[in-house]
Ligand binder design. Structure first.
Ligand code: BGC
Length: 834
């Protein structure tokens, strides 16, 4: 029970005070009312680590595996342990509410935020998310399940309208939220930026009133996504309790009071919204202890070990021809191994609010040295150009004060008289994520650059608003309008064009960059970035830029016994704020070219791919082994080395289908939509046929690797399938045997489908799974509960769940394409309330 009587607290508040509670005070905190004893609370991103205040730099945090890696473990107890550990981390950032987990589905492989969401399957997503929520809230930290709802793409995310049928909405996209709500009662929900069926999520009465608070009976706090409120009265009436961040845009006290006086919102509604905020504060024990401690970096060995374990357990062995893996110490003693591609980078996380300034990151290069030590000779070549933006100008620059670094001047818009001058800036960039301390100002960056080498140089400029680059007074690059893709820009996309300039070593060149906040025209797309500046100015010698990376890698690979190529997406390629540019690894095919070229010269070629999504693997038949490593957190190098060397027998299973071609994907043609009357419109025309539900109806060879697929260094066999009944529900019993020579773990997957599925239903759906660990030769009988409601379809006319009844098949499978046992079960028709 709450130790404070919230009814009494509410009764003491004036209408103005209640209104003030309904929006944030700043980026991460709510508004306190000290005189009435109402505390504030701090929240923190995000789904794979508690980052704290700053987006980049700042206090470090533990970086956990991204959700697509977590889900690939198919291990719910591990998900709960990770939730518990992230709760501990959240406390070190002074926050009591974590903005995660992210729960939207992988509708299309190009989805920019797929990596931070669990899966293409709603059941797997719901189960994993519920355990993360339990882990967090068991430590008193609120989980915020997000983004409610239909946030399966990033293109035009603030304004896009997603049209989706109620059946698909309920059965696919809302189902994981429903499971998390019913199984783990998260204390907060974050609305999505986009529109669903014509209404913005923050004022979507169907989603918030009818489903979330109505059908599901949930009583937590609804907060907006950052800058995701679009109205005053409508959002209040629909049930959006808290606008974030602050200071408010839509809920200025006078505007809320005016809305009440005009009869657009009742005071009862304001009371209800304010009460939710008070309840949230009470749940988080803010009344008992209102302090918000300073942020700390606590790098705990227990968290390091957990991250390494979870990361490794999420990795999926996709191919292992001729048992080229594992590269155990005994097998590779005295050999030469080429570590190519991203071997020296740690692709630990994706970009955007799910990125974490990790305590440290372990590269595969370092981890392989630690794992195999002196017994092996390692060689390296980068092999591919994957740069998105030219590197910032950082070295050989002095500012207007004659000291190292750039000088920055702030001006009133359009003026040439600075109002503030600062020296010693690291580069000719303004990182928009860290520039929130000034608003509505023009900015110039000035410095004298003395190049170390004579060469042609490329310079590139891009700003969120109009920007210019001059060298010695000559305009080199000019962007006259706002960035056409502000959200993409924010998270490292929308690079500027390259402009060639010849420079001489030892000569002095005056660099001058001027930039302004975005002009007002594109207000909807600009959102909370209005008034802020961000600019990037990069450079590189043409020699370095145009180098033949592949040729170098071929030579290194030729001379090696084994070639391991690390492919993947840096955080600026796979990030919130934009969808992927291509199904092929960036950039412009460079990584595909590298793999194909190396495979042609080395018969032991292994690819370790770090992406949060399925990517094209045009070279898959030419290489001997492939590991899908996802974004596995700060221990990524060690987790990869554990799987490569066999210190951990791989046990992950794909959480999404890897198609061969994008054209075969269910959302193809409806992603990322079409502009109609100035608004991006997306139709979820594939209905319930998302992921394997779609590919099950296509020839098997359209799929590169199916959902649920994952090899091991041992083998498993299944037998003795029986299905028992428990009331309306079922229990599947199956015996699993480790038939190989190594200990290992496997996810037993149970799918259920109708014997003769009507064409409007999927052939089967995942209805239960369990991770089992077995010693060589060991067998275990596993019991998996299947809920009858989980195999129902949503009848939108009757507004209820319906188990059609008749003959069903209960299938035990190694993947969605590899059913190994099947049991017929007759089921009676049955309906459930929504
Ligand atoms: C993201 C949210 C995040 C918030 C705060 C938004 O842009 O969509 O997921 O929690 O920013 O960083």
């Amino acid at each position: 029970m709450h130790s404070v009587n919230l009814g009494e607290v509410l009764a003491k508040l004036t209408l103005e005070e209640k209104a003030s509670l309904l929006a944030g005070a700043n980026f991460w905190e709510t508004v306190p009312i000290d005189s009435k004893g109402v505390p504030k609370v701090k929240v923190s991103d995000g789904p794979n680590g508690a980052r704290g205040d700053s987006f980049a730099g700042g206090i470090t945090a533990a970086c956990f595996p991204a959700a697509s890696c977590m889900a690939s473990t198919f291990d719910v107890s591990l998900a709960k342990r990770v939730g518990t550990a992230i709760a501990e981390e959240t406390k070190t950032k002074g926050a009591r509410c974590l903005l995660g987990p992210t729960m939207c589905l992988h509708r299309h492989p190009l989805g920019g935020r797929n990596f931070e969401s669990f899966s293409e399957d709603p059941y797997l997503t719901g189960k994993m998310a519920a355990r993360v929520v339990e882990g967090l809230q068991g430590q008193g930290i609120a989980a915020t399940i997000k983004h409610f709802a239909i946030n399966e793409q990033e293109t035009e995310r603030m304004t896009v309208n997603e049209t989706v049928g109620i059946r698909a909405l309920r059965e696919l996209y809302l189902k994981p939220f429903e499971m998390a709500v019913k199984e783990a009662n998260p204390w907060a929900v974050m609305t999505a930026y986009n529109m669903v069926n014509g209404n913005h999520c923050d004022s979507n009465e169907y989603l918030l009133k009818e489903v979330l608070r109505g059908d599901w009976g949930w009583d937590g706090l609804v907060m907006s996504d950052w800058g995701g409120v679009n109205s005053t009265a409508e959002a209040l009436n629909a049930g959006l309790d808290l606008e974030m961040p602050g200071p408010t845009i839509w809920r200025k006290v006078e505007d809320v009071v005016a809305a009440v006086q005009a009869g657009k919102v009742t005071e009862a509604t304001i009371n209800e919204r304010a009460m939710r905020v008070l309840q949230f504060l009470a749940r988080l024990k803010c009344f008992e202890d209102p302090t918000i401690p300073d942020e700390r970096a606590v790098n705990k060995p227990e968290h390091q070990a957990l991250i390494r374990e979870a990361g490794a357990k999420g990795m999926v062995l996709l191919k292992n021809e001729g048992d080229v893996l594992p590269l155990s110490k005994e097998r590779v003693q005295g050999k030469r191994i080429a570590l190519l591609g991203h071997a020296k980078s740690a692709l630990a996380h994706g970009g955007g609010s799910a990125s974490v300034n990790a305590h440290y990151k372990v590269t595969p290069w370092d981890a392989m040295h630690t794992a195999l030590g002196d017994s092996v000779e390692f060689t390296y070549a980068k092999g591919a150009d994957t740069l998105r933006n030219l590197p910032p100008i950082t070295d050989n620059v002095v500012g207007l004060d004659g000291k190292k670094g750039f000088s920055r001047k702030l001006y009133e818009p359009g003026s040439s008289e600075p109002v503030e001058v600062k020296h010693g800036l690291a580069s000719a960039d303004v990182d928009i994520l860290n520039s929130f301390d000034f608003i509505n100002k023009d900015v110039s960056l000035e410095g004298t650059f003395t190049p170390a080498v004579t060469d042609d140089y490329y310079f590139a400029l891009s700003g969120i608003g109009p920007s210019t680059l001059l060298i010695d007074g000559k305009v080199i690059a000019e962007q006259k309008t706002n960035c056409p893709d502000p959200m993409g820009y924010l998270f490292g996309g929308a690079p500027g064009e390259n402009h060639k300039v010849s420079l001489e070593a030892g000569q002095q060149y005056k660099i001058f960059v001027r930039t302004a906040p975005p002009t007002a025209g594109d207000a909807a797309a600009i959102g909370i970035l209005a008034g802020h500046v961000g600019v990037r100015c990069g450079h590189m010698t043409v020699t370095e830029h145009d180098k033949d990376y592949v040729a170098e890698a071929i030579e290194v690979a030729k001379a090696a016994d084994v070639a391991v190529i690390f492919t993947g997406h840096e955080a600026f390629w796979e990030t919130e704020g934009q969808d992927q540019q291509s199904f092929n690894l960036p950039k412009d095919g460079s990584q595909d070219e590298l793999v194909a070229a190396v495979a042609a010269v080395n018969p032991n070629t292994i690819v370790v791919n770090s992406t949060g999504v399925a990517v094209a693997m045009p070279w898959v038949d030419k290489v001997q082994a492939v590991i899908q490593a996802w974004f596995s957190g700060q221990e990524c190098g060690n987790s990869i080395a554990d799987v490569l060397t066999g210190a951990l027998n791989p046990e992950g299973h794909l959480t999404c289908t890897f198609p061969k071609k994008l054209e075969d994907c269910p959302a193809h043609g409806n992603f990322p939509g079409e502009v109609v009357n100035g608004r991006l419109e997306v139709k979820y025309e594939e209905g319930v046929f998302v992921g394997y539900r779609h590919f099950d109806r296509l020839p098997a060879d359209k799929v590169q690797f199916p959902f649920g697929f994952g090899l091991s260094y041992t083998t498993f066999d299944y037998s003795d399938l029986t299905v028992g009944r428990a009331g309306d529900d079922f229990t599947v019993h199956v015996k699993v045997t480790n038939t190989g020579k190594l200990a290992g773990a496997v996810a037993v997957q149970v799918y259920v489908g109708q014997a003769q599925a009507p064409k409007e239903d999927p052939l089967k759906v995942l209805a239960a799974f369990e991770k089992v660990t077995l010693q060589p030769g060991q067998a275990e009988s596993v019991a998996l509960p299947v809920s009858s409601r989980d195999i129902a379809f949503f009848d939108e006319t009757a507004n209820q769940w319906v188990v059609r009844g008749g003959n069903y098949k209960f299938m035990v499978a190694k993947s969605s394409q590899d059913v190994v046992l099947e049991a017929p079960v007759a089921i009676a028709q049955k309906t459930y309330a929504p």
